[in-house]
Ligand binder design. Structure first.
Ligand code: GLN
Length: 195
């Protein structure tokens, strides 16, 4: 399998390392031709408003939307989740998303008082124990539409992990921990399509 990581901005190197460490080919994606060659794509954390601008400037936004519509498996973490959301709350003026996930996501939902924090989440879809989740200026999934399914919630019930078919999104950053079960879960989706 060939897994792309959108490499316009943000912590794409960490995701490339995780995918390689799991034994799959990892390639940075900056151009339409590179996107066309991958079986699955990860959109990293970073700053969604910058990623939005760069993807439109480099002519990648439309090919990305078309690939998502055509069923490309995509996993978005943090800013990447924002990029995948159909609806964005508290975006920068004019900020657009690629869409795909039937959710509304609130950007920087935890405010400056709780800029970053860590919490153990129970994620029934994953094997094993709770997931230690690292949140950094994280978004929250404010509402989940009919087509999407919540996978994980904070203790207060707020949704921070969702899926919809071959699309997966987390508010937090598994690539910053040593627990790659979300990456494995995503690779399972890609594998199921390619074999
Ligand atoms: N606050 C960032 C945004 O709006 C996301 C932060 C992150 O990806 N760690 O895109």
């Amino acid at each position: 399998m060939r897994i792309g990581v959108l490499a316009l901005q943000g912590d794409f190197r960490e995701h490339l390392n995780v995918v390689s460490s799991l034994g799959e080919t990892a390639v940075p994606v900056r151009r339409e031709a590179e996107l066309a060659e991958v079986d699955g794509l990860i959109i990293p954390g970073g700053e969604s408003s910058v990623m939005d601008k760069l993807s439109r400037t480099f002519g990648l936004a439309e090919p990305l939307k078309a690939a998502i519509a055509a069923g490309l498996p995509v996993y978005g973490t943090c800013a990447g989740l924002i990029m995948l959301a159909d609806r964005i709350l508290d975006g920068m003026a004019g900020q657009q998303t690629l869409g795909g996930l039937d959710v509304a996501v609130r950007r920087n939902a935890f405010g400056s008082q709780r800029d970053s924090f860590e919490e153990d989440l129970s994620v029934p879809a994953l094997p094993g124990d709770t997931v230690h989740a690292v949140f950094i200026r994280a978004p929250v999934v404010e509402s989940v539409g009919k087509r999407a399914t919540p996978l994980g919630t904070l203790a207060d019930g707020r949704v921070v992990a969702v899926e919809q078919g071959d699309l997966l999104g987390t508010s937090f950053h598994p690539e910053m921990t040593n627990d790659y079960r979300f990456h494995e879960y995503f690779l399972g989706k890609v594998r199921a399509r390619t074999t």
